[in-house]
Design a protein around this ligand. Structure first.
Ligand code: ARG
Length: 256
């Protein structure tokens, strides 16, 4: 019986996708099902990450608070970051929350909700190393694939090489191993990672750009975006989001 239920739940969503490939779940469909499906990556500490088998982090908590406010159960899907933009268009989940900064390029493919934090892309490098954009002339930089760090690193003049990695922890490992001269990532992620690894000999350097980070949703799903934004706005107003931010960053990183 349990096997049958599992089998059915595995098969039904797939058949729905095949039957209606171009149809986003609109607000009514989400509401009627009682469950909202969210995707995240699980490798972007402390925004979305695993603690043993458990998915956690600031964005996981924000999404759960929003779902609760909407009166919905939340079901997680773990999707690699570089696959999220494409898979949301294939209807595998209702939204993704994985530190997507707003860019015009992405906005052609998906819609953005209101932001749940504001931040910046920053350089990290060995303490005596290339900690500024100017110092990166002739150097090798590592970034996560498909990120705003990649787009902004490309603009740095004179880079010797720009290496891409599937996930951010791999870039940090490459930096520690001396395979790259610098790493560009989120400034809060770098801060938290360096606090966890005080003996790595790595320091945070120049901030290169700022970005507003939101959940992404399928295009033209206006009613759902409105509901999401309304719930988030209430949670920002009553201090819930600031409290989550304090829990993970000891600072309020919501946008002002
Ligand atoms: N903020 C950056 C961007 O918008 C990186 C996001 C990476 N997220 C992740 N879950 N690894 O591209």
């Amino acid at each position: 019986m349990r096997f049958l239920t599992k089998l059915l739940s595995a098969v039904i969503p797939l058949s729905l996708v095949i039957a209606a490939p171009a149809q986003a779940r609109d607000w009514n469909a989400i509401k009627d099902s009682g469950t909202i499906i969210a995707a995240t990556e699980g490798a972007f500490y402390p925004f979305n990450y695993f603690e043993g088998p458990k998915l956690t982090g600031y964005e996981v908590d924000v999404a759960e608070a929003v779902a609760k406010k909407l009166g919905l159960k939340l079901e997680w899907r773990v999707v690699t970051f570089d696959a999220q933009l494409a898979s949301i268009r294939q209807d595998r989940f209702d939204f993704a929350i994985a530190s997507h900064g707003f860019t015009e390029e992405r906005a052609k493919a998906v819609d953005f909700t209101s932001p749940h934090y504001c931040t910046g892309g920053q350089i990290a490098a060995p303490k005596d190393g290339a900690l500024t954009a100017a110092a990166l002339n002739g150097k090798t930089v590592g970034v996560q694939l498909a990120t705003s760090y990649y787009d902004n690193a490309k603009k740095i003049p004179g880079l010797k090489e720009l290496k891409t990695y599937k996930a951010d922890p791999e870039v940090f490992s490459a930096l520690k191993a001396g395979k790259i001269d610098a790493w560009i990532s989120d400034k809060w992620l770098i801060k938290a990672t360096l606090e966890k690894n005080p003996d790595a000999g790595i320091a945070a350097g120049e901030q290169l750009f700022v970005e507003r980070v939101s959940a992404i949703v399928r295009k033209n799903n206006k009613e759902f975006v409105d509901k999401y934004n309304q719930a988030l706005a209430e949670l920002i107003k009553d201090g819930s989001i600031a409290a989550l931010s304090q829990k993970y960053f000891k600072a309020d990183i919501t946008c002002r």
